[in-house]
Design a protein around this ligand. Sequence first.
Ligand code: FRU
Length: 474
Amino acid sequence: MNDPNGLVYFEGEYHLFYQYHPHDTVWGPMHWGHAISTDLCHWEHLPIALAPDAQGACFSGSAIVDEYDVTGLFNGQPGLLAFYTCHRVLSDDPEDYEQSQCLAYSRDKGRTWHQYANNPVLPASGFKDFRDPKVFWHAATQRWVMALACGQEIHFYTSDNLLDWQFASAFGEGHGAHTQHPWECPDLFELPVEDAKNGQVASRWVLIVGIGATPDNAFGSFTQYFVGEFDGQHFTNDHSPDDVMMMDEGRDFYAVQSWSNTPGRRLVVAWLNNWQYANHAPEAGWRGMMSLPRELTLRATSSGIQLCQRIASECHEALTAVPHTIPPQAMLGVGQYSVLTSLPSVSRGLLELTLAAGSRVALSLQQGDHQQLTLEAGEEDVALRYTRNGVNGQVAFDDHFACDHAAGSVDGLRVTVEWWCDHGSLEILVNGDTQQRAISQVSFISLTTGSIDARVLEGSAGLLGGSVVSSKGA
Ligand code: FRU
């Protein structure tokens, strides 16, 4: 699998469709796979929802509830609509293709899908890369909006009936990160600003944009976001055009999409992988997985309004068993400190540390020093570095897999590290309650147990304590 697609909540069920090649473990003619959940944690596989037809393969897109049957496809009842990109190869050369936007509908809670007879709803344009429609209702202008990736820009279209679409505006030139790769997988939504004080804005719009892997970019594919205003037609960036804000500083967090129809909450999920090695990383009869679902808000920080992410509360509730307490300890000088000798592979945990100015502390969070977070304290802030090594030499499949990179910084010398560890993945949230950094990486190696060690490389630190919860045989 690759991208999450068509995320929508409808009649008590979260739907998660995804880019899927059913006949191989490498990317190929794309279908939409399908799973549903009532609690965002336990998922049930359903049959393939969309398969390639005469229009082409089914690339990424989104889903919404047509509550009042504005399309006329549902006999006056509410129904589900999926907007997706048809990718059609025009000759023997796979690079000779065109992309258009198509519609599919379901009258039975997503169990069966029909491709709309008058597809495409938005024909191929002058842009070769013209894909990944994200459709949502814009209440202030009482219209539907489609955000679409076109070359290295996001284009906005509007519609009254979800079938006819008019171009509104383009955003992107001169803003944020650009590589040789087209922009992909946009999402756009309004979010409250947490703890907004008098005189501050209470909400802003967030535009999420993916950038694929190209040889000119060692990081591979990554997700950036913009904070600004959207008036139903145009997006205006609040930040300086040169600012690049990463949604997650890890190597494996791509094609982020939010669920539609979850009033009061903005939940997202991402593909935990990187196009740099996705097609040749170790596999075990399957390849590719999703991140845990995250809930988003915004927060005013010293560098402007930024995203704040929390793992969805349903996942906290699902991991309920066997709590361990991590006692406080002083780490008074250079050396190795054992924090927890046996870390279950399926667990979440929290550590709180204070660093003396100028100290450096490396935390190993999975087997040995396989995945390591280094905290480098300045006078008033802590810079984060992330290192991923191999276990038993299992990194040879790609030169880019082992990595060591800066992962942002947080204000103050007191740091909270929250981690969610699965057999082959690790999602870390640093300073979840204030100014947050997220780092997500996969290992492709089935880990059964690990440990947490803190190595003081320079200076001293205090571990204020923490806790780990491991799941009951999950
Ligand atoms: C992003 C992406 C999308 C495209 C899909 C094809 O990972 O390249 O732009 O729709 O994957 O599988």
